[in-house]
Design a protein around this ligand. Structure first.
Ligand code: SME
Length: 158
């Protein structure tokens, strides 16, 4: 495994994701521990894009519990029926929220979050085990490019 991340010096997110994907794959490939992989996964996206918050919520005893993350302290438990994370988990789908204030039931762990994307994380059997949540302090920060690549990257955790 390479110890340093190569991040192309460009503002073109597609180009950055394209360069990160094989690096992420190599980084996670030799480790079977999901928590270790989630921790490095969050670190890669935080370092590459400097998103406000990148982390995981994992299904535990009927709710989502905070997992590995990078960024400020966050809410520790989210019911399946609440917030963007709960909505993504219970619909087993990616949710892009351009303006969190316009999303009914959004859980504001931080008032700095303006937009977010949440995508399911599944195990090797395809069963949903939690969600990956990425928060930005910029409104409308996530496009279809982010959705496609973040889904593809989240599939590397299983
Ligand atoms: N905003 C999320 C909660 C998690 S944090 O922002 C880290 C939600 O509405 O589910």
């Amino acid at each position: 495994m390479s110890e340093t991340l190569h991040i192309p010096q460009t503002k073109d997110r597609a180009e950055i994701y394209e360069s990160l994907f094989p690096q992420m794959k190599a980084l996670l490939a030799d480790e079977s521990d999901q928590i270790a992989n989630m921790a490095n996964f969050a670190a890669v996206l935080k370092e590459a894009f400097n998103f406000f918050w990148v982390g995981f919520y994992l299904k535990k005893k009927g709710q989502l519990v905070l997992g590995p993350f990078q960024g400020p302290i966050a809410c520790t438990r989210i019911p399946f029926s609440k917030g963007v994370c709960g909505h993504s988990f219970s619909t087993n789908s990616t949710i892009v929220v351009p303006d969190v204030e316009a999303f009914p039931g959004h859980i504001a762990c931080s008032s700095a979050t303006k937009s977010e994307i949440v995508t399911p994380v599944r195990d090797s059997y395809g069963e949903i085990i939690g969600v990956l949540d990425i928060d930005s302090d910029v409104i409308n920060d996530f496009s279809n490019v982010d959705k496609v690549w973040i889904e593809k990257m989240a599939a590397l955790i299983n």
